[in-house]
Write a protein that binds this ligand. Structure first.
Ligand SMILES: [Zn+2]
Length: 144
């Protein structure tokens, strides 16, 4: 699963980096507060639909084992951040995704982040994943 996840994140990151926009001045301030080492690399791509991490077959299997797959409003592919058009103005969502960018950097890149992130969300569930909790808490703090 990890090699697939790596490929998938890298693939989607490339698209966002090519087509997305740079951070605004306000967002650059958030990035600094969050502690992103390379905010200049970040690109935001607004999309009608967030790319799906898993093919339908895998999603069905995952659902069968009892994990709910969510349709997210945003997703962070390291420096490429996808935001659903409908939520493009939601500051808390973008701030949340920027925290994930910082986590990618801090944990040492794609492989290290995904290894921990997948384990956390599979075992503890999305809502209880420490990386997710950190993203929510930090986003809330910088927007307060
Ligand atoms: Zn998140």
């Amino acid at each position: 699963m990890l090699p697939f996840a790596m490929w998938w994140v890298r693939h989607n990151e490339k698209i966002a980096l090519r087509m997305g926009r740079k951070l605004s001045d306000e967002e650059l301030i958030w990035a600094e507060q969050i502690g992103i080492a390379h905010p200049e690399k970040v690109r935001i791509l607004n999309v009608a639909r967030i790319p799906k991490p898993v093919p339908n077959l895998i999603e069905k299997i995952v659902n069968l084992i009892g994990f709910k797959t969510v349709t997210p409003a945003g997703m962070c592919m390291r420096y490429g951040i996808y935001i659903k058009e409908k939520y493009a103005k939601e500051k808390s969502l973008l701030a949340h995704e920027l925290v994930h960018t910082q986590q990618f950097e801090r944990l040492g890149g794609l492989w290290h982040f995904l290894k921990i992130y997948l384990k956390e969300t599979m075992i503890l569930g999305y809502a209880n994943s420490p990386l997710e909790i950190e993203a929510n808490d930090t986003a809330e703090t910088i927007l307060a």
